[in-house]
Ligand binder design. Structure first.
Ligand code: AMP
Length: 403
């Protein structure tokens, strides 16, 4: 085996950098870190080693993405890991129609990622900063971009077109793109492995339920439809995002509440969803606790969340032409027995029936079947996602690492 056996996975946000150093062959994280408050003088990085021990370091210099990556580089040297890093994988939210799969980063690829900034103005600029910082810190290493949108590029036109004048698509790229694609790709293969089925002969509906939430119909390994659209606002109820809503809300609130486009957009993205409905929190676990003490807002938020999700599961079953397995993943999907049970209560018309004991057992990082097993009926599963591992595996493959 080569001495260079590690991949560095970077996920850069506008004021944060998340990183993990992985041994891909062993599917093992040796070090991870989170840089926060970038752009502020009190920016800092928290490092975690393989035993879970944490320590913090302040950022020197410009308190920016470059400073964060240089601090990480220094920490890698101190831990004796620097020489072992063979390649760097970057999470990139939006690849538009240009990127249908992960790719080695070249100057031309950078230009195309920049061209997608209009589609993801909050995300892609931060990814570009992160890539440039990594190129400076690790000039000799191959860098790979892994796109959240790429998996959904197999959606058929009837699934990705909005019913608006077609010039909006041809001139401005207005269409449905979908997100969480890296998670869906991982969970698709993990579900097939778990069921010991051929991924090319399997109809899955996968619900990725975290603070951001979406759902995808995956037929024979390909995305057929997904709930997020031009932006991550469309679809399911999320932590703070409203999901599907009548677009007339903009003119209604402008006329009646004298709100600006910016204010309404902010409200729909940051003050809605579970938080807006409950008037309490965007955090599912906290809402479950409050609901158990009789908090009406928390109860309503969880009910709307589950009902909207159930409707989407039925719709995605149509997109697939049938259903072999419904899969729950993400922080809520993997851990919330209550949300899973509330959703499943709506799904008997699809032949899905909850096995209550199995639902209580499939938690905290474990895969499991949570439905009753009846011949000819679909199954419901819990499969933990691992986007970082997927990014690391793509990076290792494209960098031709010997594993
Ligand atoms: P993620 O964005 O995938 O990290 O998921 C975050 C969401 O998962 C938050 O709403 C958490 O409250 C929720 N979550 C995590 N653990 C639990 C749990 N044990 N029960 C209910 N919700 C949970």
């Amino acid at each position: 085996m080569s001495d260079q056996d590690l991949v560095l996975v970077l996920n850069c946000g506008s004021s944060s950098v998340k990183a993990a150093v992985m041994n891909v062959a062993e599917k093992h994280v040796l070090m991870s870190c989170l840089a926060e408050k970038l752009g502020n003088v009190d920016a800092f990085v928290t490092f975690k080693d393989t035993h879970g021990n944490k320590h913090k370091r302040a950022l020197a210099g410009e308190y920016d993405h470059v400073a964060a990556v240089l601090t990480l580089l220094d920490e890698l040297k101190l831990a004796g890991l620097y020489e072992r890093v063979a390649a760097i994988g970057h999470r990139v939210v939006h690849g538009g129609e240009r990127f249908t799969q992960s790719t080695l980063i070249t100057p031309e690829v950078m230009k195309d990622i920049e061209a997608c900034v209009v589609l993801a103005p909050l995300h892609n600029p931060a990814h570009i900063l992160g890539i440039e910082a990594a190129q400076k810190a690790f000039p000799d290493l191959p860098q790979v971009a892994v796109f959240d949108t790429a998996f959904h590029q197999t959606m058929p036109p009837h699934a990705y077109h909005y019913a608006v004048p077609s010039t909006l698509y041809t001139r401005y790229g207005v269409r449905r793109y979908g997100m969480h694609g890296t998670s869906y790709r991982y969970v698709t293969q993990a579900s097939a492995d778990f069921l010991q089925r051929d991924v090319h002969d399997l109809r899955l509906v996968i619900a990725h339920l975290g603070n951001g939430a979406s759902i995808t119909a995956v037929k024979n390994g390909q995305s057929m439809d997904t709930s997020m659209g031009l932006t991550p606002l469309e679809g399911l109820v999320m932590g703070t995002r409203c999901g599907d809503i009548d677009a007339s809300i903009f003119s209604f609130l402008a006329d009646n509440a004298k709100m600006s486009i910016e204010k309404i957009t902010h409200m729909l993205n940051k003050e809605s969803g579970l938080l807006g409905l409950s008037n309490l929190s965007n955090d599912c676990r906290m809402l479950e606790e409050a609901a158990s003490y009789g908090h009406k807002g928390a109860q309503l938020a969880l009910d709307v969340f589950a009902y909207r999700l159930a409707k989407y599961i039925a719709g995605m079953t149509i997109a697939n032409g049938g259903l072999d397995a419904l899969v729950f993943t993400g922080g809520i999907g993997e851990n919330s027995t209550r949300v899973r049970s509330e959703v499943m209560a709506h799904l008997e018309p699809l032949g899905l029936v909850l096995d209550h004991d199995a639902n209580m057992e499939a938690c905290f990082g474990r895969s499991g079947i949570i439905s009753t097993k009846e011949a000819g009926k679909p199954l419901a599963l819990v499969i933990p996602t691992n986007e970082e591992l997927m990014i690391a595996q793509d990076t290792a493959r494209l960098a031709n690492m010997a594993l």
